[in-house]
Design a protein around this ligand. Structure first.
Ligand SMILES: N[C@@H](CCC(=O)N[C@@H](CS)C(=O)NCC(=O)O)C(=O)O
Length: 85
């Protein structure tokens, strides 16, 4: 497994987030879940970084001071499967 800190921006009633959440559970990954409906700071961080409020969005912190943000549930699941192997 690669070293990086991952966090998932999501909200509870989002079906695409549920797809990603199931992959996280299946792969047993230590990913912080950041609910943008429950925490305005997470919503603001998502908008500031991506210009969108679309979830799910995976934040990948692997370089100090830099973050990569990934939209699209299918891309996120594929990334997590590679990351976990
Ligand atoms: N194709 C995207 C669809 C994501 C999507 O439609 N997310 C909805 C919530 S279920 C959303 O964030 N809509 C608000 C917006 O895009 O502004 C995926 O698979 O991740």
């Amino acid at each position: 497994m690669e070293t990086a800190t991952l966090s998932l921006y999501h909200y509870q009633s989002c079906p695409f987030c549920e797809l990603v959440g199931r992959a996280i559970d299946r792969l047993g990954l230590p990913i912080e879940l950041r609910d943008i409906q429950r925490d305005p700071a997470h919503r603001n961080a998502l908008i500031e970084a991506t210009g969108r409020v679309t979830v799910p969005c995976l934040r990948i912190d692997d370089v100090p001071g830099e973050s990569t943000w990934m939209h699209e549930s299918a891309d996120i699941v594929r990334f997590l499967e590679d990351w976990a192997s």
